[in-house]
Design a protein around this ligand. Structure first.
Ligand code: 6PG
Length: 238
């Protein structure tokens, strides 16, 4: 997994926005559509704010379909909703409507099954996203694939209701999440990782033995980490 180190979180967001614009323009020129899976948490907020600042004309948004890699089992109005955060920071400011949200307010098993059906019918099995944007927790989780949770080893599904028990998830809860299989066929996969609290996990994911962190389960043809200096402080200088 290649990585690029940027000065700070703002530089990571700007670089991710620059590349997103390039990838989307190329995909739409070639295939007429760009399917992107968004992650949750706080890191994407900066990227969304950069995209809003650049204005609606910076991207052909009417040809961009937005999906989510995971969701908390809460309604969109809840402060923990990944969709709710994107709606506030991206969808409403730019008037975006081509969205496919995970229904956090529904029964988790039903929500996961219906999202999986929509995803596979739109993008095939395994789904071919044009771009998957991921974050990573300080425990090395990504999407809602928390250490020790059943979704890590589910061989058959692409979207699951994943029972998790982690202080990083607010304790014991159920999360809706894509599985590693759901993103393995993505054309481009980008981790956006910032902050010194991620430094140990990032070093383990990039340079440590395989199999220790859920983020190491992510495979694909073009995976890159955009990290800031704080998150990179444990990386060996190569
Ligand atoms: C979520 C995310 C999760 C996130 C990491 C990093 O629903 O929380 O999908 O995987 O990317 O927890 O979160 P931060 O960006 O807030 O550090």
């Amino acid at each position: 997994m290649k990585h690029q180190i940027f000065a700070d979180p703002e530089a990571v967001a700007a670089a991710a926005a620059d590349e997103l614009i390039e990838l989307a323009s190329d995909a739409i020129a070639e295939r007429g559509v760009f399917h992107i899976a968004l992650s949750g948490g706080s890191t994407p907020k900066r990227l969304f704010d950069v995209l809003v600042t650049r204005g609606r004309d910076a991207l052909p948004w009417d040809s961009i379909d937005l999906w989510w890699s995971d969701e908390r089992t809460v309604p969109p109005e809840h402060p923990d909703s990944n969709y709710g955060m994107a709606r506030q920071h991206l969808l409403e400011p730019l008037g975006l409507t081509r969205v496919h949200r995970l229904a956090g307010e529904q029964d988790p098993a039903v929500a996961a099954a219906s999202y999986e059906q929509a995803l596979l019918s739109a993008l095939g099995a395994p789904p071919v996203f044009d771009l998957v944007l991921l974050g990573m927790g300080k425990d090395g989780h990504t999407m809602s694939l928390f250490p020790g949770s059943p979704a890590l080893t589910d061989p058959d599904r692409f979207v699951v209701a994943n029972p998790v028990d982690s202080p990083l998830a607010g304790g014991r809860t159920t999360r809706l999440t894509l599985t590693p299989a759901a993103i393995m066929a993505a054309r481009h996969t980008r981790f956006l990782i910032t902050g010194s609290d991620k430094a140990d996990a990032l070093a383990g994911v990039l340079h440590g033995p395989p199999g220790r962190f859920p983020a190491q389960l992510v495979t694909g043809v073009d995976i890159r980490c955009f990290v800031d200096q704080a998150a990179a402080m444990r990386l060996e200088v190569t």
